[in-house]
Design a protein around this ligand. Sequence first.
Ligand SMILES: NC(=O)c1ccc[n+]([C@@H]2O[C@H](COP(=O)([O-])OP(=O)(O)OC[C@H]3O[C@@H](n4cnc5c(N)ncnc54)[C@H](OP(=O)(O)O)[C@@H]3O)[C@@H](O)[C@H]2O)c1
Length: 337
Amino acid sequence: MKDIKISIIGFGDVGQGVVQVLSQKQQTLEKLGVNIKVVAIADSRSSLVNADGIDLKKAVKVKRNTGIVGRRGSTTAEIIKNTDHDLVVEVTPTDINTGEPGLTNILTAIESGKHVVTSNKGPFARNYAKLMKAAKDHGVVLRYEATVGGAMPIINLIEENLAGNTIERIDGILNGTCNYILTRMGEETLDYQHALLEAQELGIAEADPTYDVMGIDAACKLVILANTAYNNNTVFDDVSITGITKITPQALELADKNGYRVRLICEVSEQVLSVAPKLVPKKHPLAVGGTLNIATIHTDLSKMVTISGIGAGSIETASAILSDIIHIYRACLANTR
Ligand SMILES: NC(=O)c1ccc[n+]([C@@H]2O[C@H](COP(=O)([O-])OP(=O)(O)OC[C@H]3O[C@@H](n4cnc5c(N)ncnc54)[C@H](OP(=O)(O)O)[C@@H]3O)[C@@H](O)[C@H]2O)c1
């Protein structure tokens, strides 16, 4: 049995989802020959460390009852650097402009020789190349499947299953909130404001929906896909972005009459980096409704591969994080053979 000691930095929806999944999947992990022990958890104001393994159910209960997970006093950087462990799960909030606090957390982890798994897009928006180089220089692995498409395993698909293919283009819907709003505007002839309000009431859109509806969230995912597919040092400012706020129900009605849906489409190729509302034929695979994410990868050998899945949710995102942890553990085992 291989013991992996991990920390969870950020203990909100995703951090708590990871804890739930680890508890739920203990037997599965045992069968895989891995014992994942959480030795540190941090939130914005406190931290909890136990070298023997944290009682996860108790940690969630304490967080829910008190708003903090542990004791105040240590900084997140101190927890990452000074706790003896192998891998950091970085799940703090996304800031696309500064990348913080995730950027510093990830670099601190890498520089102290720890592998990193993250769902946080912010650090990659302007620093993908820097982060990957730092990981390589320090001989650790940085994985980020959960940053794009939640549970939809698109990064693995590009890096592993389609390895050897030339990726000609990726077209996708990578923001479930926008897709929900556009779907509802089309179905019920709702105007944008009403559809947004409905999405907010259902918890699909945030109170401040700017990142989503302006196309910023999708653009950040597109940056990550471009770097994964082409290793071309794409940064956020390279992307041409148009959001969905100016779309009218009349435009959707006209599209419908002519056999089309309007969807916020991300297009990634070596020449094009664009997020914009586009007409999609109703029978096209990308004409999905609701909050689903979907992407079609166009390649030279495999031709078209389409993948779809749930783009958000604490357990779905934790699923991608768990798969990254298992991947790192397998790679480490392979290296020690
Ligand atoms: N939720 C999803 O479905 C989903 C899907 C894909 C990707 N993501 C990404 O995953 C990340 C986490 O999402 P989430 O929904 O879990 O966010 P969240 O519920 O807002 O939780 C964020 C957590 O990070 C903590 N935090 C903030 N600053 C910190 C710092 N400096 N040091 C340590 N902890 C800090 C917060 O502490 P407090 O508890 O003290 O506030 C909170 O526990 C985000 O980057 C998000 O974009 C989320």
